[in-house]
Design a protein around this ligand. Structure first.
Ligand code: ADP
Ligand code: MG
Length: 343
């Protein structure tokens, strides 16, 4: 009798194990990739979807095209480019999504004491990192001062009334550059598309901005790897489970020009009008939206390791900073970031 019970128990255990195995079985995973904003987007979904992959890809492409038509400074006819070309101080209508970006940018701009500044465009262009790329040369102090005079968040106003949102400038030459937020915004657009469709297991990315929710095709939480800087291979520095949050990394090592030795980053310190030079090599931020993460990472990058860490602690941000020292790279993170680490 005892033997039988044991057998029964064994059977139940085996069934439970089998059920456990089913959990681990690969679910259908859909991978969609494409180009946008001068980089790549990727959408990974686990589980079935209620349309063909081709249809979904088409919807994604339309969404990304729309984002570019709104905010790309590389498209002369985008809403943003038209705002920049129009030197009038009259309010100009802008789409809702663009207003959201500007609002977030203004807030992070204030919180970083102007380190993140979407009006830094004239300086970006002067240093040859903008749409009108020219041969790398170091601008004179006079040129820098002249470009700086055409920057400043205080010259940009966001207005909203029952008819919609409007953008206004009080400097004719003001040039708004949303490049540093574009990837985060793109990711949030993809997240919203997934949510509208009732898809709850996805990992979406545009360039260096990522968001994920739920589990992958193996029924495991999606893991996002933060790479070691400057390493040739894809060496992993940290693994996070985003749980519906967005992550973005800004790094001075990814886009720069080299002239007689030093590296010139494409991130400009608005207070000096020059590319950042300090030892902070990357700033990774996890935030409720990828847009927010993408805004903060740039601001923290400009501030440098010490100020960035202090501000991150003050604002309870989930931040991971990698600094270069004579003895290699050092990483520091806030407790909020630690909570996302995969154990
Ligand atoms: P990273 O490559 O480090 O992730 P991004 O590509 O997100 O950086 O942003 C870099 C771009 O942001 C630059 O090419 C420029 O257009 C813009 N930019 C540069 N400096 C600033 C700044 N201080 N604030 C806001 N945008 C900036
Ligand atoms: Mg950024």
């Amino acid at each position: 009798m005892a033997h039988f019970i044991a057998k029964g128990l064994l059977l139940i255990t085996t069934l439970m194990l089998l059920a456990g195995c089913n959990d681990n079985e690969t679910r259908p995973q859909i991978d969609i990739e494409g180009k946008t904003m001068g980089t790549y987007y990727s959408v990974k979904i686990s589980g079935a979807i209620s349309q063909s992959k081709q249809q979904l890809q088409q919807e994604i492409d339309v969404l990304m095209e729309q984002a570019n038509d709104d905010i790309s400074t590389y498209r002369p006819h985008s809403v943003l480019s038209r705002f920049n070309q129009n030197h009038s101080s009259e309010p100009q209508p802008i789409p809702r999504g663009m207003a959201d970006i500007i609002l977030t940018a203004q807030r992070i701009g204030r919180d970083t004491a102007g380190a993140m500044d979407i009006t830094v465009g004239p300086l970006v262009n002067l240093w040859g990192f903008g749409p009108d790329k020219h041969a790398a040369k170091i601008p004179s102090q006079q040129e820098i001062d002249a470009a700086r005079a055409n920057t400043g968040l205080q010259h940009l106003k966001l207005l909203s009334d029952s008819r919609g949102e409007w953008l206004q400038k009080d400097l004719p030459e003001l040039y708004v550059d949303l490049s540093t937020l574009g990837e985060g915004y793109g990711v949030d657009q993809l997240v919203q598309l997934m949510e509208r469709k009732g898809i709850t297991n996805y990992l979406v990315s545009v360039g260096g901005a990522v968001s994920s929710r739920g589990v992958n095709g193996h029924n495991k939480p999606w893991r996002v790897a933060i790479q070691k800087p400057t390493d040739k291979e894809n060496a992993v520095q940290a693994l996070v489970d985003l749980q519906g949050y967005g992550v973005s990394t800004a790094g001075s090592y990814r886009n720069y020009f080299e002239l007689d030795g030093p590296h010139y980053s494409h991130v400009i310190d608005p207070t000096t009008g020059r590319p950042i030079t300090h030892k902070l090599v990357s700033a990774t931020v996890i935030a409720p939206t990828a847009l927010e993460a993408d805004g903060w990472d740039t601001g923290l990058m400009v501030l440098g390791a010490e100020k960035a860490l202090k501000l991150a602690e003050e604002k309870n941000l989930a931040v991971y900073l990698i600094t270069q020292t004579d003895n290699g790279f050092i990483a520091v993170m806030t407790p909020q970031f630690k909570a996302f680490l995969v154990k």
